[in-house]
Design a protein around this ligand. Structure first.
Ligand SMILES: Cc1cc2nc3c(=O)[nH]c(=O)nc-3n(C[C@H](O)[C@H](O)[C@H](O)COP(=O)(O)O)c2cc1C
Length: 202
């Protein structure tokens, strides 16, 4: 397509030309069979970054999708699901996606994560129970996969007014650690390798 024609198409034309495919964050520095996806729900981006870093921990083999794009993930064999917490729950769009797609999603879930502030304290066993075991795992209907809760961040300039008013006494903070997310990506891959090994007949 000539450059001029492309520019003249504008946004509407481009949507028609390329269809309504969800745009994932694609990072494949190495060979990949592209069977992995990471799906996240976020408000201000902590879980987007966690999702990309989890994929990096897996060697960058996963496409990373924002649930707001309502991606069709049926073509992937392995999906890691996670998101940020507000009012003790994941983003309602992620919750809605899981409920609507549970019939096929449950066979592909390989890991969960959540990102929260936990009043400035490092998340531990209780947060894992609350946000993973009793929330994400129950929504998806799959329990036996790795799950991790990460400390997140507050950037008040990114918050909408209502959330800003709730958070105004809390100083901005940034506790999300890339190293923790990378390690979790490795843990997920290791758990799938273990599962596959145990399925091989002796
Ligand atoms: C309005 C609001 C409600 C929140 N509710 C919770 C909560 O219930 N529990 C918690 O531990 N953290 C809570 N947090 C902290 C967020 O989970 C944390 O800042 C996270 O990193 C934000 O993710 P995001 O970048 O996707 O918005 C809340 C933050 C906001 C702004």
């Amino acid at each position: 397509m000539k450059r001029k024609t492309f520019l003249q198409m504008g946004l509407t034309g481009m949507t028609m030309a390329f269809g309504k495919t969800a745009w994932s964050l694609k990072y494949y520095p190495k060979e990949s069979d592209k069977t992995w996806a990471v799906l996240y729900g976020t408000w201000c981006g902590s879980s987007r970054d966690a999702g990309v870093w989890i994929s990096e921990g897996m060697g960058g083999i996963a496409d990373v999708f924002d649930v707001r794009e309502k991606p069709d993930l049926k073509r992937f064999d392995n999906i890691v699901v996670g998101g940020s917490i507000r009012g003790y729950r994941i983003n309602p769009l992620l919750e809605e996606y899981i409920v609507e797609n549970k019939s096929w999603l449950k066979d592909k879930v390989r890991g969960y994560w959540a990102v929260c502030n936990n009043m400035g304290q490092p998340p531990g066993k209780q947060q894992k129970e609350t946000y993973i075991d009793n929330h994400l795992a129950k929504l998806c209907g799959v329990g036996e996969v790795p799950g991790r809760v990460f400390a997140g961040r507050i950037t008040k300039d990114l918050l909408e007014k209502e959330a800003y008013d709730m958070m105004k006494s809390i100083p901005d903070n940034d506790n999300l650690k890339r190293a923790d997310c990378l390690a979790f990506g490795k843990e997920i891959l290791a758990s799938v390798h273990m599962r596959d090994k145990s399925r091989v007949t002796p």
